[in-house]
Design a protein around this ligand. Structure first.
Ligand SMILES: [Zn+2]
Length: 125
């Protein structure tokens, strides 16, 4: 079975060959679910729907990623805009200083990114 011609532009769901495409979607949906967005076609009693903040929801995902390895650790959440992205193919992670800082493609070389990069230049001189 050859999959070499396969492209996954619109939907990355089916392909599982070391691709994290579908994972962004899965984690993004889970992230929204934890904030109260019930997926289409499902009904959940109002008082059972989780209503976490975006940061709390991300902490749950981080927990499953780090402690149980059930979700790809390559998927990160941008610390600037909150977008969930695949760090294997895009964005940047500057893992130093106060806390790790993740930047999606859109925020790469943003002011926040430059400030973070600038920080390390100054301190490592
Ligand atoms: Zn961003």
């Amino acid at each position: 079975m050859s999959e070499s011609e396969k492209t996954s532009n619109d939907e990355g769901f089916g392909s599982s060959d070391c691709s994290t495409d579908g994972q962004v979607e899965v984690i993004d949906q889970l992230h929204r679910f934890l904030q109260g967005e019930v997926p289409d076609g499902y009904r959940i009693g109002e008082e059972r729907v989780p209503k976490l903040t975006a940061d709390q929801a991300w902490t749950v995902i981080w927990y499953v990623q780090e402690l149980h390895q059930q979700l790809s650790v390559e998927i990160e959440r941008c610390d600037v805009c909150g977008e969930i992205y695949d760090s294997a193919n895009s964005g940047d992670c500057l893992d130093y200083g106060e806390s790790p800082h993740h930047f999606c493609d859109g925020c790469y070389y943003s002011e926040e990114h430059r400030a973070k990069v600038g920080q390390v230049r100054r301190t490592t001189a």
